[in-house]
Structures are given as C-alpha cells and as structure tokens.
Design a protein around this ligand. Structure first.
Ligand code: PRX
Length: 658
C-alpha cells in the first residue's frame, strides 16, 4: 500500500539535539523535574474533573460556588456550572484587595518613545471608570462591543471594562480594513465600537477613526462610537454617535463593583479566518477560560513575582487576549506592553526595550525571530540581555535553526525555550515544555499540559478506518477530552462548529493540524492538514521541507507548497528569502543539493523561487494557500529569474486572514 492510501505522512527530518533545563533553572522552578511534571499530568488524567474542580476552587474568586464541574453534551461543554465569578475581578480586585495594588501591572511604551507605568490599583481605577462610562451609555449584560484600537493600555482597559459589566467584546486587530470591521460588527450585531483617533506604526500615524467611520457607514447595529485621543489628529466626530473617551469618563466615579457572571456567560468573540473566507467568531466564556489561561500562564512561564514578562503579540489576536490581558493579569504579573514595530526607529527596538525594563521572560513569534536573523546579529549584540531567563515561541512552528539562533543569540544558551502549541479555538496553551522539567528539542512543542489528551489519528486500518498512528508517523492531531479553555462554539453557527471541529473524527476535537509523536512521547507539529504536499504518493509536511531550507546558512525564510504535476501528483515549489546573498542560479542549485542531503531526493524542489518577502497573514503566518496558487500559475508573472515581491498582492488579499 502506498503511503498516500494509508494517509501516512512521511517524517523526513530528524532533529536529535536535546536541551535539558540547567540545574539552577530546575531548582528554582515550581515544577522542577520530569517526575513532578508526570505526577501533575497523571493526576489531571486519572480524575480530570476532580483536578479542574480543585484548580477552579483554589485559583478563581467565586461570588457563588459552582455545583457541577462539567456538563458534556458533545460537542457542547459547560464548565463550573452554577458558579458566578467575574474575570475583571480576578484580574484586578483580587490583587488590590490582597494589598498588591502598588505592584506594576504595565510598563507601557509607545512607538514614539512615550512611556507610562501603571499599577494594579491604577488599572483597577481606570477600568472602573471606563466601565461606569459604558453604563452611562446604557450598556447591558450580553451586549457586543467591537474594539478597534492600537496597542495602548486603554485597549486592555476597554477589554477588562467589558468583562466587568458583562458585555462581550470582539477585538479587531488595528491593521484591519473598514470592510473587515463592518463584517465583524454585523456578524456580532455589535452595539458599540471603541476606537482611537489613531496609533503609531513604523513612524507613521494610522488613522483608525477614519477607517472606523467607513466601517460604521456599513454597520447598522452600532449605536455609539467611543474615541480615545491617542495621536491628537482631530478626526471628524458625528455628534449623535461619537463620543471622546475622556468626555465619557469625565464625571463618573471610581466605584464600579464587578458584575457576578455565570461561568458560561460569553466573555468574548474573536474572529479568525475560516476556509470559506467568511470569518468565524470563536466564542469563549467566563470561568473555564479564565482558569485555563491563568494556570497555563503560571505553568508554562514558571511565573514568579519578580519576573518582568513581555509578550510581543497584539491584543487583536488570541495570544494578546490570553497572555497579555487575562492570563498574566489574573496571576498579578508585571508586564511590558509595546505599541509599535520592532524596527522603529531602528532594528534593535526589542533589545533596547528588554534591556530598559530588565525583561526576564520574552514570548514572541517565529516570524519575528526569522526577521531578526535576517536583520543581523549586530542589532542584538549592542544590548544587555542578561535579565532574560526564559524564552517562548507561538503562532507557527519554529524551524530548528531559528530555534538555535533564539537560544544562542537571545537566550545566551541559558534560557529554556517554551515552544507553545495552541489555537484561537483552544483558548490557551495545549502543548509546551514545562521549562524546569521537560528537556527541549528544537522544533518540538514537547508534551501536553495537564488535562490535555492529544491523539494522532489517520486512516491506518485495513479498510482505511481511522486509528492511532505509530511512533514517528504523521496524522491528524486531535484532542480527546474537553478542557476548560476550549471554544464553546462559533458565534451564531452551532452547525458550523459541529461540522468543522467534531465531524471528521468521532468524539474528538479536530485541530486541523498534522502532527507526530516521537519515541520519547514528544509531539512535533507538521503544519496544517490542508498544506501537506503529496509527491509520488509520499506525504511530506511543509514545515520539514522549510526547516531543511532554513538550516542553509544563506536562507532567512522559506515556504514550501505543492503544485499539480502530471507524473508525481504534486511537485514541490519553494519560495525562499535569502539573508543578504544574491539570488542566482548557483544558489538555486545549492539549495536543491542541500535538501537532497538533509532530507533526500524525494523532497528536492522542482522549482526554487526567490522573493524579498513572503506573503504573511496579519498575525505573521506564511500564507501557503496564496503561494499554492502562484506556484500553480494561477497568479504571478511566472518569471522566476529575478527577485519577486509578493507584498503588494498580499496587501490586496489578506484583510480577512488572521
Ligand atoms: O497551525 C498551528 C499554528 O497556528 C495555528 C493556530 O493559529 P491561531 O488560531 O492564529 O493561534 C495562534 C496563537 C496560538 C495552529 O493550528 N501554531 C500555533 N502555535 C504553533 C503552531 N504550529 C506549530 N508550533 C506552534 N508552537
């Protein structure tokens, strides 16, 4: 039987480097050995509901205790039924009431260099005032509020204020167009939009209010628009509809008790791209989500009081929701929040920020890491990065060579790297090293978090039935049990939720990713199921071909896609961004030779195309779907002799891609 008929995916890249935590790191960690991890994990699996019930009792504040831990009516989960709590209370009031109000919540830095330090007591006051402002406008529990803002503290304030009064927020990334905003407003039937006059990005003023106005012309449900004055560009205001943030809170009090919310009341909707192009509103609820992001934050980042945490994501993505706002703030963390681009004014802005605030934990994305590699080590070497003790990665697979660079150049070989695998849908991190316990392997997200049971399935049975794959064989990554942070559905479309996530593999959540596990039980994500390349009946994962290319010293970034081929089924086209080398025919041949050596003849690309940049979604993922069209000759010039640039194409296309 050929591999394609069994559905197996060949595992072609073997990574053998292993990096255990140093003794000093392990000694200070909350979970400091493999035995401790295993004991915690086993207890979470032996009695999953008991485990989460105890976690919820210990780690959340309850106005009313819950009576039932889980009601599972597949595929609809209800966690901590009967209980009432409030996420904003857990993020703010808890700390203020515990005498920790003077702790710094945010060290915020604007792109032009303006800085603010905000304590938990101050954040609590700001959230209460803005929540009172929302009440003045007549907001009700369950109302939807769109938020379209730059990365300023008020973005977190707006989210927490919604949570405080029980409104459901839908944060829309500040780079999206009017069309994308009105689509989201209309799908959620939002009553309010919170925006700003603008924000700063690479030295340019983004005119957010102007874009919001265009969107509002096509958003009939939105009654009021609240506008923060961030850049002072005096946008046009419609007197009946628009109100300045500072006017709204001018005459309100600081007192706004948090509304007791049912555990399963919706906390937010976050839109993510779907295969149909129509954005999907992923719905997360109150108690389960709050518990999951708090505990995963503490476990994965081994968080301690003295840490300065910096997650470089934007709050417009799930990473910003879970690991800037709700997770770290529930844990009372001190964080850095930065408004702008990593190369404003120069390519060393991140390293300057780390040195200034003595950041100890940095959480960023592979796309950023590969960009830093391309910009050159000298930007890094200028700055003192010895405050760092832990590094994290999220959003895409991290190619082993990018992992090594991150480990050596940024972490100085002393910081473990937590490669965190998760999704908008999962709410929080699902697989990652516990940094004090689990040895890292570059490119692997290692092991599941407590309560999470991953399974890798494929058509392995004699008649093609679904079954678990063997060690080191790829297959569809699924999750077996419900977990507190899981999505509760797609806004307004239960059927789409069922079809997309629960119909392919019976009784399991389908992640849409391929993965394999190795002989040590480590998981390796192999890319999206739709991205697999099938060459002569061998199914190859995009990420393995790309990682082999990135291991060539001239290559900064690479994307591999399949294109139709009469003989082989699919042929491989790779799109390559070079560091500073010339895109010559010799280079093309050198890269083919490199792949032959690293993987084998099977994976040698038929076509190598050089590009100055790869098309990416707004959140930084390589858009292989678009590249597949280009490779198949559906778009593009076909002239591959010169350097190509797809950024224009992407600017036209990627509004609805997240
Ligand atoms: O394909 C996986 C990839 O990103 C997808 C989820 O994207 P999104 O919902 O935008 O959430 C991003 C932030 C969590 C996954 O299905 N992905 C995310 N993290 C990793 C990853 N792929 C490999 N390794 C990771 N660590």
């Amino acid at each position: 039987m050929s591999e394609s008929s069994t559905g197996k995916i060949s595992n072609v890249l073997i990574e053998t480097r292993v990096f255990p935590p140093s003794e000093s790191f392990a000694n200070q960690a909350a979970i400091g050995s493999m035995e401790a991890y295993q004991a915690l994990y086993d207890s979470s699996i032996d009695d999953t509901e008991g485990f989460w019930a105890q976690q919820a009792t210990e780690h959340l504040h309850w106005f009313t205790p819950f009576h039932t831990t889980l009601q599972w009516n597949e595929p609809f989960a209800k966690w901590f039924v009967g209980g009432t709590t409030n996420v904003s209370y857990n993020c703010l009031d808890t700390h203020v009431l515990n005498g920790r109000g003077d702790r710094v919540a945010l060290y915020w830095e604007g792109e032009p260099g303006d800085r603010r330090t905000i304590t938990y007591a101050e954040l609590h006051r700001d959230v209460c005032r803005f929540a009172n402002g929302l009440k003045k406008l007549g907001i009700n529990k369950g109302d939807r509020v769109s938020i379209y803002m730059p990365m300023v503290p008020e973005l977190a304030v707006a989210m927490l204020a919604c949570a405080r009064v029980g409104a459901i927020h839908s944060v829309i990334f500040g780079g999206f167009s009017a069309e994308a905003i009105s689509d989201r407003n209309n799908d959620a039937q939002a009553r309010f939009l919170i925006t700003a006059d603008g924000g700063w990005r690479r030295g340019k003023a983004l005119t957010l209010k102007q874009t919001a106005d265009e969107a509002l012309a096509k958003s009939p449900t939105v009654e009021k628009c609240i506008v923060l004055n961030r850049i002072g560009n005096q946008p046009a205001m419609q007197p009946e509809r628009d109100i300045w943030w500072h006017d709204l809170i001018a005459d309100v009090t600081d007192d706004c008790p948090a509304e007791p919310m049912e555990s399963e009341d919706s906390l937010f909707i976050l839109y993510t791209s779907g295969s149909t192009g129509k954005p999907k509103g992923i719905r997360h609820t109150t108690a389960g989500y709050n518990l999951y992001v708090k505990r995963t934050f503490q476990w994965v980042f081994d968080h301690r009081d003295e840490d300065i945490f910096w997650c470089t994501a934007d709050c417009g993505w799930i990473t910003g929701h879970s690991y800037i706002v709700y997770g770290p703030m529930s844990a009372g963390a001190t964080q850095v929040m930065y408004e702008g681009a990593p190369n404003a004014p120069k390519e060393d802005r991140f390293w300057e920020i780390i040195a200034r605030y003595k950041v100890s934990i940095l959480y960023t994305a592979p796309t950023a890491i590969r960009t830093f590699i391309k910009w050159g080590d000298h930007h890094v070497e200028k700055h003192e990065l010895s405050s760092l003790r832990l590094l994290g990665s999220v959003g895409e697979g991290i190619n082993p060579e990018a992992w090594m660079w991150y480990y050596e150049k940024i972490g100085g070989r002393r910081c473990p790297i937590v490669d965190t695998w998760w999704q908008t849908e999962t709410g929080g991190i699902m697989m990652s090293p516990f940094p004090g316990a689990i040895a890292c392997k570059p490119g692997s997200c290692t092991r599941p978090l407590p309560g999470i049971v991953p399974r890798v399935l494929n058509h392995t049975g004699p008649a093609g039935e679904l079954g678990d794959v063997e060690t080191n064989h790829g297959g569809m990554l699924c999750i077996e049990k419900p977990w507190p942070g899981m999505l509760r559905g797609i806004w307004g479309d239960d059927e789409r939720y069922r079809q997309q996530y629960w119909a392919t593999v019976p009784h399991m959540y389908l992640t849409g990713d391929n993965a394999r596990f190795d002989e040590d039980g480590y998981y390796w994500i192999m890319g999206r199921i739709d991205d697999v390349i099938n060459v002569s009946g061998h199914r190859l994962s995009t990420i393995e071909v790309e990682s082999a290319l990135v291991s060539h010293p001239a290559v900064a970034e690479a994307a591999a896609v399949g294109r139709p081929d009469e003989i082989k089924g699919q042929a491989i086209t790779v799109f390559v961004t070079l560091k500073s080398h010339e895109p010559t025919d010799e280079m093309r041949e050198a890269l083919k030779k490199h792949i032959r050596k690293e993987i084998g003849a099977l994976a040698v690309p038929d076509e190598v195309r050089f590009t100055s940049s790869l098309p990416k979604t707004r959140s930084g993922k390589i858009m292989r779907r678009l590249l597949r069209d280009i490779a198949a000759g559906k778009e593009g010039t076909g002239d591959t002799s010169t350097l190509e640039d797809y950024t224009v194409l992407v600017r036209l296309r990627n509004d609805d891609e997240s």
